[in-house]
Write a protein that binds this ligand. Sequence first.
Ligand SMILES: Cc1cc2nc3c(=O)[nH]c(=O)nc-3n(C[C@H](O)[C@H](O)[C@H](O)COP(=O)(O)OP(=O)(O)OC[C@H]3O[C@@H](n4cnc5c(N)ncnc54)[C@H](O)[C@@H]3O)c2cc1C
Length: 412
Amino acid sequence: MSKTIIIGGGFVGLFTVLHLCHHKYPQSVTLIDQKDHFIFNPLLYELMTGEMTPDQVCPTYRELLKGSSATFFEDQVDRIDLEQRKIYLSSDTHYDYDNLVLALGKKSGYFGIEGAENYAFPFRNRDDALKLSQHLQKSLQKAGQTEEDKSRQRLLTFTIVGGGPTGIEMAGTLADLLYRWYSKIGGNLEEIKILLVSRPKELLKGDINAHLRDIVKKAFQHRPIKIDLILGASVSKVTASTVEYQKEEETHSIETNTVIWAAGTQTNPLLRSLNIAPENRAKNGSLHILPTLQLPEYPNVFAAGDCIFQSELHLPPTAQVAYQQGKAIANNLIAKVKGNSLKPAEVKLRGSMMKLGINESAANIFDRFEVSGEVGHLIREATYLELLPTPIHDFKVTTTWIIDEIFHRHSD
Ligand SMILES: Cc1cc2nc3c(=O)[nH]c(=O)nc-3n(C[C@H](O)[C@H](O)[C@H](O)COP(=O)(O)OP(=O)(O)OC[C@H]3O[C@@H](n4cnc5c(N)ncnc54)[C@H](O)[C@@H]3O)c2cc1C
Protein backbone atom coordinates (compact mmCIF):
# COMPACT_ATOMS: atom_id res chain seq x y z
CA MET A 1 0.00 0.00 0.00
CA SER A 2 1.46 3.40 -0.84
CA LYS A 3 1.94 5.94 1.95
CA THR A 4 0.89 9.56 2.08
CA ILE A 5 2.41 11.71 4.81
CA ILE A 6 1.14 15.18 5.64
CA ILE A 7 3.48 17.40 7.64
CA GLY A 8 1.67 20.15 9.52
CA GLY A 9 -1.92 19.98 10.74
CA GLY A 10 -2.98 23.59 10.17
CA PHE A 11 -5.65 24.66 7.69
CA VAL A 12 -3.96 22.94 4.74
CA GLY A 13 -2.90 19.73 6.47
CA LEU A 14 -6.03 19.08 8.51
CA PHE A 15 -8.41 19.80 5.65
CA THR A 16 -6.37 17.56 3.32
CA VAL A 17 -6.71 14.69 5.80
CA LEU A 18 -10.40 15.30 6.54
CA HIS A 19 -11.18 15.42 2.83
CA LEU A 20 -9.20 12.24 2.10
CA CYS A 21 -10.98 10.39 4.93
CA HIS A 22 -14.36 11.71 3.83
CA HIS A 23 -13.75 10.25 0.34
CA LYS A 24 -12.49 6.93 1.74
CA TYR A 25 -9.03 7.34 0.22
CA PRO A 26 -7.77 3.77 -0.11
CA GLN A 27 -4.09 4.40 0.79
CA SER A 28 -2.40 4.91 4.17
CA VAL A 29 -2.61 8.52 5.45
CA THR A 30 -0.44 9.86 8.30
CA LEU A 31 -0.60 13.36 9.74
CA ILE A 32 2.40 14.64 11.71
CA ASP A 33 2.35 17.83 13.77
CA GLN A 34 4.66 19.10 16.49
CA LYS A 35 1.70 19.70 18.81
CA ASP A 36 -1.36 17.62 19.66
CA HIS A 37 -4.02 20.11 18.56
CA PHE A 38 -5.27 22.13 15.62
CA ILE A 39 -5.46 25.93 15.97
CA PHE A 40 -8.32 27.90 14.51
CA ASN A 41 -6.23 31.11 14.39
CA PRO A 42 -9.03 33.55 13.47
CA LEU A 43 -10.69 32.73 16.82
CA LEU A 44 -7.56 33.07 19.00
CA TYR A 45 -8.85 36.48 20.17
CA GLU A 46 -11.96 34.78 21.53
CA LEU A 47 -9.69 32.39 23.43
CA MET A 48 -7.72 35.30 24.86
CA THR A 49 -10.87 37.11 26.00
CA GLY A 50 -12.44 33.96 27.45
CA GLU A 51 -15.41 34.11 25.00
CA MET A 52 -14.44 30.62 23.79
CA THR A 53 -12.63 27.68 25.41
CA PRO A 54 -9.39 25.94 24.33
CA ASP A 55 -11.27 22.80 23.17
CA GLN A 56 -13.47 24.90 20.89
CA VAL A 57 -10.67 26.94 19.31
CA CYS A 58 -7.93 24.28 19.50
CA PRO A 59 -9.48 20.77 19.35
CA THR A 60 -7.03 17.86 19.53
CA TYR A 61 -6.20 15.84 16.40
CA ARG A 62 -7.16 12.65 18.25
CA GLU A 63 -10.64 14.08 18.77
CA LEU A 64 -10.89 15.45 15.22
CA LEU A 65 -9.72 12.21 13.58
CA LYS A 66 -11.57 9.82 15.90
CA GLY A 67 -13.11 6.99 13.90
CA SER A 68 -11.22 7.95 10.73
CA SER A 69 -8.69 5.79 8.90
CA ALA A 70 -5.89 8.38 9.27
CA THR A 71 -3.06 8.07 11.81
CA PHE A 72 -1.75 11.01 13.81
CA PHE A 73 1.77 11.37 15.26
CA GLU A 74 2.77 14.21 17.54
CA ASP A 75 6.39 14.90 16.64
CA GLN A 76 8.59 17.51 15.06
CA VAL A 77 9.98 16.89 11.60
CA ASP A 78 13.67 17.88 11.60
CA ARG A 79 14.77 16.89 8.11
CA ILE A 80 13.28 15.80 4.79
CA ASP A 81 15.23 13.94 2.12
CA LEU A 82 13.23 14.61 -1.04
CA GLU A 83 15.44 12.34 -3.21
CA GLN A 84 15.22 9.31 -0.90
CA ARG A 85 11.59 10.09 0.07
CA LYS A 86 12.30 9.96 3.80
CA ILE A 87 11.45 12.22 6.71
CA TYR A 88 13.39 12.35 9.98
CA LEU A 89 11.71 13.20 13.28
CA SER A 90 12.93 14.66 16.59
CA SER A 91 12.14 11.36 18.33
CA ASP A 92 14.95 9.75 16.32
CA THR A 93 12.59 7.88 14.03
CA HIS A 94 12.15 8.18 10.30
CA TYR A 95 9.42 7.41 7.77
CA ASP A 96 9.36 6.60 4.07
CA TYR A 97 6.65 8.09 1.92
CA ASP A 98 5.24 7.81 -1.58
CA ASN A 99 3.35 11.10 -1.49
CA LEU A 100 4.21 14.03 0.77
CA VAL A 101 2.19 17.14 1.65
CA LEU A 102 4.13 20.14 2.98
CA ALA A 103 1.72 22.20 5.09
CA LEU A 104 4.16 23.89 7.43
CA GLY A 105 2.79 27.43 7.64
CA LYS A 106 5.04 30.28 8.81
CA LYS A 107 6.67 31.46 12.02
CA SER A 108 6.73 34.87 13.71
CA GLY A 109 9.43 37.06 12.16
CA TYR A 110 11.37 39.62 14.20
CA PHE A 111 13.64 41.07 11.46
CA GLY A 112 16.61 40.91 13.86
CA ILE A 113 15.17 43.72 16.01
CA GLU A 114 17.00 43.75 19.34
CA GLY A 115 14.97 42.22 22.18
CA ALA A 116 11.82 41.62 20.11
CA GLU A 117 11.93 37.82 20.28
CA ASN A 118 12.75 37.83 24.01
CA TYR A 119 10.41 40.51 25.32
CA ALA A 120 7.49 40.90 22.91
CA PHE A 121 4.45 38.61 23.13
CA PRO A 122 3.79 36.67 19.90
CA PHE A 123 0.19 35.80 19.04
CA ARG A 124 0.09 32.75 16.80
CA ASN A 125 -1.00 29.79 18.90
CA ARG A 126 -2.98 28.52 21.91
CA ASP A 127 -0.20 29.00 24.43
CA ASP A 128 0.49 32.54 23.16
CA ALA A 129 -3.19 33.48 23.62
CA LEU A 130 -3.44 31.98 27.12
CA LYS A 131 -0.10 33.43 28.24
CA LEU A 132 -1.03 36.90 26.99
CA SER A 133 -4.43 36.72 28.67
CA GLN A 134 -2.78 35.89 32.01
CA HIS A 135 -0.19 38.62 31.58
CA LEU A 136 -2.87 41.24 30.83
CA GLN A 137 -4.88 40.28 33.91
CA LYS A 138 -1.78 40.34 36.12
CA SER A 139 -0.73 43.76 34.76
CA LEU A 140 -4.14 45.23 35.56
CA GLN A 141 -4.19 43.67 39.03
CA LYS A 142 -0.73 44.99 39.77
CA ALA A 143 -1.60 48.45 38.40
CA GLY A 144 -4.63 48.56 40.70
CA GLN A 145 -2.29 48.04 43.66
CA THR A 146 0.51 50.37 42.54
CA GLU A 147 0.60 53.82 44.14
CA GLU A 148 3.60 55.21 42.27
CA ASP A 149 2.35 57.02 39.14
CA LYS A 150 5.19 56.20 36.72
CA SER A 151 5.15 52.46 37.47
CA ARG A 152 1.35 52.33 37.30
CA GLN A 153 1.35 54.13 33.95
CA ARG A 154 3.89 51.65 32.56
CA LEU A 155 1.71 48.73 33.69
CA LEU A 156 -1.29 50.35 31.99
CA THR A 157 0.46 51.04 28.66
CA PHE A 158 -0.15 48.31 26.06
CA THR A 159 1.83 48.51 22.81
CA ILE A 160 1.00 46.56 19.68
CA VAL A 161 3.59 46.41 16.91
CA GLY A 162 2.15 45.95 13.40
CA GLY A 163 -0.64 47.72 11.51
CA GLY A 164 -1.86 44.67 9.57
CA PRO A 165 -5.00 42.68 10.38
CA THR A 166 -3.57 40.97 13.49
CA GLY A 167 -2.39 44.26 15.01
CA ILE A 168 -5.73 45.91 14.30
CA GLU A 169 -7.83 43.04 15.60
CA MET A 170 -5.68 42.93 18.73
CA ALA A 171 -6.01 46.71 19.33
CA GLY A 172 -9.81 46.67 18.92
CA THR A 173 -10.19 43.61 21.14
CA LEU A 174 -7.90 44.99 23.87
CA ALA A 175 -9.75 48.29 23.96
CA ASP A 176 -12.93 46.46 24.99
CA LEU A 177 -11.30 43.75 27.06
CA LEU A 178 -9.06 45.95 29.21
CA TYR A 179 -11.99 48.29 29.84
CA ARG A 180 -14.11 45.37 31.09
CA TRP A 181 -11.40 43.82 33.23
CA TYR A 182 -10.14 47.06 34.77
CA SER A 183 -13.70 48.24 35.53
CA LYS A 184 -14.25 45.01 37.46
CA ILE A 185 -11.39 45.78 39.83
CA GLY A 186 -12.41 49.43 40.14
CA GLY A 187 -9.36 50.91 38.33
CA ASN A 188 -9.21 54.37 36.78
CA LEU A 189 -10.02 53.60 33.13
CA GLU A 190 -8.65 56.89 31.87
CA GLU A 191 -5.14 55.75 32.71
CA ILE A 192 -5.15 52.83 30.23
CA LYS A 193 -3.22 53.53 27.01
CA ILE A 194 -3.28 51.39 23.87
CA LEU A 195 -0.67 52.24 21.24
CA LEU A 196 -0.45 50.72 17.79
CA VAL A 197 2.94 51.21 16.13
CA SER A 198 3.21 50.58 12.40
CA ARG A 199 6.04 51.04 9.92
CA PRO A 200 3.82 51.89 6.92
CA LYS A 201 2.15 55.30 7.07
CA GLU A 202 -1.28 53.76 6.59
CA LEU A 203 -3.01 50.83 8.23
CA LEU A 204 -3.52 47.57 6.29
CA LYS A 205 -1.08 48.60 3.56
CA GLY A 206 -1.12 46.02 0.75
CA ASP A 207 -3.49 43.75 2.68
CA ILE A 208 -6.61 41.98 1.41
CA ASN A 209 -8.54 43.99 4.05
CA ALA A 210 -7.20 47.39 2.90
CA HIS A 211 -10.64 48.57 1.74
CA LEU A 212 -11.91 48.17 5.32
CA ARG A 213 -9.45 50.89 6.50
CA ASP A 214 -12.08 53.61 6.98
CA ILE A 215 -14.40 51.24 8.84
CA VAL A 216 -11.47 50.33 11.10
CA LYS A 217 -10.70 53.96 11.88
CA LYS A 218 -14.35 54.67 12.65
CA ALA A 219 -14.66 51.59 14.86
CA PHE A 220 -11.53 52.63 16.77
CA GLN A 221 -13.13 56.00 17.56
CA HIS A 222 -16.02 54.21 19.27
CA ARG A 223 -13.97 51.96 21.51
CA PRO A 224 -14.25 52.71 25.23
CA ILE A 225 -10.45 53.16 25.39
CA LYS A 226 -8.66 55.34 22.87
CA ILE A 227 -6.26 53.61 20.47
CA ASP A 228 -3.31 55.86 19.58
CA LEU A 229 -1.90 55.20 16.13
CA ILE A 230 1.83 55.79 15.69
CA LEU A 231 2.26 55.38 11.93
CA GLY A 232 5.42 55.59 9.81
CA ALA A 233 7.41 54.39 12.85
CA SER A 234 10.00 51.58 12.81
CA VAL A 235 10.52 49.70 16.04
CA SER A 236 14.25 49.36 16.73
CA LYS A 237 14.47 47.82 20.21
CA VAL A 238 12.31 46.09 22.81
CA THR A 239 13.22 45.62 26.49
CA ALA A 240 11.29 44.29 29.50
CA SER A 241 9.91 47.76 30.16
CA THR A 242 10.29 49.84 26.98
CA VAL A 243 9.87 49.87 23.24
CA GLU A 244 12.02 52.13 21.10
CA TYR A 245 11.13 53.34 17.60
CA GLN A 246 12.46 55.66 14.91
CA LYS A 247 10.17 58.17 13.29
CA GLU A 248 11.26 60.98 10.98
CA GLU A 249 14.89 60.36 11.92
CA GLU A 250 14.24 60.73 15.63
CA THR A 251 14.38 58.00 18.24
CA HIS A 252 11.46 57.73 20.67
CA SER A 253 11.02 55.49 23.67
CA ILE A 254 7.76 54.33 25.28
CA GLU A 255 7.60 52.98 28.83
CA THR A 256 5.41 49.90 28.53
CA ASN A 257 4.95 46.62 30.38
CA THR A 258 3.35 44.88 27.38
CA VAL A 259 4.55 44.70 23.78
CA ILE A 260 2.53 42.46 21.45
CA TRP A 261 4.23 41.39 18.23
CA ALA A 262 2.01 41.42 15.16
CA ALA A 263 4.60 42.69 12.74
CA GLY A 264 5.60 39.88 10.49
CA THR A 265 6.34 36.29 9.68
CA GLN A 266 9.26 34.26 8.36
CA THR A 267 9.64 31.08 6.37
CA ASN A 268 9.70 27.84 8.34
CA PRO A 269 13.41 26.79 8.70
CA LEU A 270 12.55 23.23 7.61
CA LEU A 271 11.48 24.58 4.20
CA ARG A 272 14.73 26.48 3.85
CA SER A 273 16.70 23.26 4.37
CA LEU A 274 15.01 21.44 1.45
CA ASN A 275 17.01 20.55 -1.62
CA ILE A 276 15.09 22.76 -4.03
CA ALA A 277 16.56 24.78 -6.89
CA PRO A 278 16.78 28.54 -6.19
CA GLU A 279 14.53 29.29 -9.18
CA ASN A 280 11.77 27.31 -7.48
CA ARG A 281 11.81 29.52 -4.41
CA ALA A 282 10.69 33.08 -3.78
CA LYS A 283 13.13 35.60 -2.26
CA ASN A 284 11.76 34.93 1.24
CA GLY A 285 12.41 31.18 0.88
CA SER A 286 8.77 30.15 0.34
CA LEU A 287 8.07 27.67 -2.45
CA HIS A 288 6.96 28.14 -6.04
CA ILE A 289 4.46 25.45 -6.96
CA LEU A 290 2.62 24.27 -10.07
CA PRO A 291 -1.09 25.10 -10.45
CA THR A 292 -1.81 21.53 -9.28
CA LEU A 293 0.05 22.42 -6.02
CA GLN A 294 2.91 20.00 -6.84
CA LEU A 295 6.56 20.99 -6.49
CA PRO A 296 8.06 21.43 -9.98
CA GLU A 297 11.01 19.09 -9.24
CA TYR A 298 9.13 16.50 -7.17
CA PRO A 299 5.67 15.71 -8.55
CA ASN A 300 4.91 13.39 -5.61
CA VAL A 301 5.27 16.34 -3.20
CA PHE A 302 2.45 18.85 -2.74
CA ALA A 303 2.63 22.14 -0.85
CA ALA A 304 0.11 24.86 -0.02
CA GLY A 305 -0.98 27.54 2.43
CA ASP A 306 1.36 29.99 4.10
CA CYS A 307 4.49 28.03 3.15
CA ILE A 308 4.11 28.64 -0.58
CA PHE A 309 4.50 31.88 -2.51
CA GLN A 310 0.81 32.82 -2.71
CA SER A 311 1.43 36.22 -4.32
CA GLU A 312 2.22 34.63 -7.69
CA LEU A 313 -1.24 33.01 -7.56
CA HIS A 314 -2.66 36.44 -6.59
CA LEU A 315 -3.94 34.93 -3.37
CA PRO A 316 -3.49 36.20 0.20
CA PRO A 317 -1.84 33.96 2.83
CA THR A 318 -5.05 33.31 4.76
CA ALA A 319 -6.99 30.46 6.32
CA GLN A 320 -9.74 30.63 3.72
CA VAL A 321 -7.16 30.06 0.96
CA ALA A 322 -5.29 27.38 2.91
CA TYR A 323 -8.26 25.12 3.63
CA GLN A 324 -9.44 25.24 0.01
CA GLN A 325 -5.95 24.33 -1.17
CA GLY A 326 -5.95 21.44 1.32
CA LYS A 327 -9.12 20.16 -0.29
CA ALA A 328 -7.59 20.58 -3.77
CA ILE A 329 -4.53 18.52 -2.73
CA ALA A 330 -6.82 15.76 -1.45
CA ASN A 331 -8.69 15.75 -4.75
CA ASN A 332 -5.42 15.43 -6.66
CA LEU A 333 -4.20 12.60 -4.43
CA ILE A 334 -7.48 10.80 -5.11
CA ALA A 335 -7.09 11.48 -8.86
CA LYS A 336 -3.57 9.99 -8.73
CA VAL A 337 -4.84 6.75 -7.20
CA LYS A 338 -7.56 6.48 -9.82
CA GLY A 339 -5.10 7.18 -12.63
CA ASN A 340 -6.91 10.41 -13.58
CA SER A 341 -5.13 13.62 -14.53
CA LEU A 342 -4.47 16.17 -11.80
CA LYS A 343 -6.37 19.46 -11.82
CA PRO A 344 -5.26 23.01 -11.03
CA ALA A 345 -6.44 24.12 -7.58
CA GLU A 346 -9.39 26.47 -7.61
CA VAL A 347 -9.74 28.92 -4.76
CA LYS A 348 -12.76 31.14 -4.30
CA LEU A 349 -12.33 34.19 -2.09
CA ARG A 350 -15.46 34.65 -0.04
CA GLY A 351 -14.57 38.15 1.15
CA SER A 352 -12.68 39.25 4.22
CA MET A 353 -13.49 39.83 7.85
CA MET A 354 -11.90 41.50 10.83
CA LYS A 355 -12.67 41.65 14.54
CA LEU A 356 -12.71 45.27 15.68
CA GLY A 357 -13.85 44.85 19.26
CA ILE A 358 -15.54 42.25 21.44
CA ASN A 359 -18.93 42.59 19.75
CA GLU A 360 -17.86 44.46 16.66
CA SER A 361 -16.43 43.28 13.34
CA ALA A 362 -16.22 44.35 9.73
CA ALA A 363 -17.01 42.00 6.89
CA ASN A 364 -16.72 42.32 3.16
CA ILE A 365 -18.74 39.54 1.60
CA PHE A 366 -18.16 38.36 -1.96
CA ASP A 367 -17.10 41.99 -2.68
CA ARG A 368 -20.80 42.88 -2.65
CA PHE A 369 -21.54 44.01 0.88
CA GLU A 370 -19.49 45.81 3.45
CA VAL A 371 -20.96 45.34 6.88
CA SER A 372 -19.68 46.63 10.17
CA GLY A 373 -20.68 46.85 13.83
CA GLU A 374 -22.68 44.12 15.51
CA VAL A 375 -24.02 42.70 12.25
CA GLY A 376 -20.44 42.37 11.00
CA HIS A 377 -19.65 40.63 14.27
CA LEU A 378 -22.47 38.13 13.79
CA ILE A 379 -21.34 37.35 10.25
CA ARG A 380 -17.75 36.82 11.33
CA GLU A 381 -18.67 34.56 14.23
CA ALA A 382 -21.17 32.63 12.14
CA THR A 383 -18.78 32.10 9.25
CA TYR A 384 -15.96 30.92 11.45
CA LEU A 385 -18.14 28.67 13.58
CA GLU A 386 -19.43 27.12 10.35
CA LEU A 387 -15.84 26.38 9.37
CA LEU A 388 -14.75 24.93 12.71
CA PRO A 389 -13.87 21.34 11.93
CA THR A 390 -15.49 19.98 15.10
CA PRO A 391 -19.01 18.76 14.51
CA ILE A 392 -20.62 21.03 17.08
CA HIS A 393 -24.20 20.51 16.03
CA ASP A 394 -25.77 23.29 18.07
CA PHE A 395 -23.38 25.85 16.66
CA LYS A 396 -24.14 24.80 13.11
CA VAL A 397 -27.88 25.11 13.57
CA THR A 398 -27.58 28.57 15.09
CA THR A 399 -25.02 29.85 12.63
CA THR A 400 -26.87 28.67 9.54
CA TRP A 401 -29.86 30.54 10.83
CA ILE A 402 -27.81 33.69 11.47
CA ILE A 403 -26.25 33.61 8.00
CA ASP A 404 -29.65 33.16 6.32
CA GLU A 405 -31.11 35.96 8.38
CA ILE A 406 -28.33 38.42 7.59
CA PHE A 407 -28.01 37.63 3.89
CA HIS A 408 -31.74 37.84 3.52
CA ARG A 409 -31.83 41.23 5.19
CA HIS A 410 -28.91 42.63 3.20
CA SER A 411 -29.86 41.39 -0.23
CA ASP A 412 -33.28 43.06 -0.17
C1 LIG B 1 -3.86 35.61 15.15
C2 LIG B 1 -4.16 35.20 13.74
C3 LIG B 1 -5.38 35.54 13.20
C4 LIG B 1 -5.70 35.15 11.89
N1 LIG B 1 -6.92 35.49 11.39
C5 LIG B 1 -7.27 35.09 10.15
C6 LIG B 1 -8.56 35.39 9.64
O1 LIG B 1 -9.37 36.03 10.30
N2 LIG B 1 -8.88 34.93 8.40
C7 LIG B 1 -8.01 34.21 7.65
O2 LIG B 1 -8.38 33.79 6.53
N3 LIG B 1 -6.75 33.94 8.08
C8 LIG B 1 -6.37 34.35 9.32
N4 LIG B 1 -5.10 34.10 9.79
C9 LIG B 1 -4.12 33.45 8.89
C10 LIG B 1 -4.30 31.94 8.91
O3 LIG B 1 -4.34 31.44 10.21
C11 LIG B 1 -3.18 31.28 8.11
O4 LIG B 1 -3.16 31.80 6.81
C12 LIG B 1 -3.40 29.76 8.06
O5 LIG B 1 -3.31 29.23 9.36
C13 LIG B 1 -2.38 29.08 7.14
O6 LIG B 1 -2.60 27.70 7.17
P1 LIG B 1 -1.38 26.67 6.95
O7 LIG B 1 -1.96 25.30 7.02
O8 LIG B 1 -0.60 27.06 5.76
O9 LIG B 1 -0.42 26.92 8.20
P2 LIG B 1 -0.72 26.78 9.76
O10 LIG B 1 -2.16 26.87 10.05
O11 LIG B 1 0.22 27.75 10.41
O12 LIG B 1 -0.24 25.29 10.11
C14 LIG B 1 1.10 24.88 10.06
C15 LIG B 1 1.24 23.65 10.93
O13 LIG B 1 2.53 23.07 10.74
C16 LIG B 1 3.02 22.62 11.99
N5 LIG B 1 4.48 22.53 11.88
C17 LIG B 1 5.34 23.53 11.53
N6 LIG B 1 6.61 23.06 11.49
C18 LIG B 1 6.56 21.75 11.83
C19 LIG B 1 7.55 20.72 11.95
N7 LIG B 1 8.85 20.97 11.72
N8 LIG B 1 7.15 19.49 12.32
C20 LIG B 1 5.82 19.23 12.56
N9 LIG B 1 4.85 20.15 12.43
C21 LIG B 1 5.21 21.41 12.07
C22 LIG B 1 2.52 23.66 12.98
O14 LIG B 1 2.50 23.16 14.29
C23 LIG B 1 1.13 23.96 12.43
O15 LIG B 1 0.13 23.14 13.02
C24 LIG B 1 -4.76 34.45 11.10
C25 LIG B 1 -3.51 34.12 11.64
C26 LIG B 1 -3.21 34.49 12.95
C27 LIG B 1 -1.86 34.14 13.53
